[in-house]
Design a protein around this ligand. Sequence first.
Ligand code: TRP
Length: 333
Amino acid sequence: MKKIIFSGMQPTSVPQIGNYLGAIKNWNALQSQYNSLYCVVDLHAITIRQDPNELRQNSLNLLALYIAAGLDPDENIIYIQSHYNGHTELSWILSCFAYMGELGRMTQYKDKSSKHNENVNAGLFNYPVLMAADILLFGAHLVPVGDDQKQHLELARDIAIRFNNVYGDIFTVPEAYIPKSGARIMSLANPEKKMSKSDEAANQISLLDAPEAVMKKFKRAVTDSETEIRYDPESKPGISNLLEIYATTLGISIDKATAEFAGSGYGHLKTTVGQAVVDEIINPIQSKYSDLTKNKDYLHQIMQKNAAKAKELGDPILRKVKEAVGFIVGCVD
Ligand code: TRP
């Protein structure tokens, strides 16, 4: 049986080339090896106040962007979290197996509650429980997570083990998925920090940035005061990041990329890398994205079909959980 990968993204920001080169591009290659779920987590998004129409639009856009970036909606389960009620049902049950103390210790909760101190709601506190439900509902073996979500994944594992200790082997205990290949793309303005979609727009290249804006950001990329183009992340993080972006965008080795720029200046490097990103990533994805977003019927069909696939995979596990905790199952549905 194929292993199951679960991955979720909030429809509050647009994925950037770091997400693409570090994750989505590799997932394309893994589509046949794994059963993957790519979930647009709109339930998580409302822990921060959202404009309803914007949220609706952003959810649909993220779904379209996943597909435009190469994920096949027939081969993977690409769906909207709120379209399958299993998430909220399991989340309630799991919240009875999560402790106030451990939830209160979550760094993201502490950060977000201090940033949004006018709205420290219980959903923000329970956020990691819903995330655990996302993962455990499908028996996911692997979860690709960045550093900021490692603590939440650890909690999901603790909850699964705790539950299994009481009721037997119900949940698969998930592990972090660390891709074999896959670049770690750094911020252009601060190449010592990872590029993040929650960063300021100027520091990241969103997949929906206009090509001219992409070029401009590359031209402004922070480098160093030397002139030599050489791969050395320690002492030349900016140049190394540009070489890394170039190599992974074109699927060539760092050595080959470095050799291509032997004797050229930083300005040439920046514009060549920018142009490669525009030609290989930005233009193709945006053209497919624009076709998809015009075709609302097709997107609706995808949403329906994929929510049904999620339900088919999740319901048997949810039923086992309900039976385990002592609910009367099977006589109503
Ligand atoms: N919390 C994750 C983030 O903000 C998104 C997410 C929700 C997620 N559920 C998930 C990621 C399950 C992995 C698995 O990045």
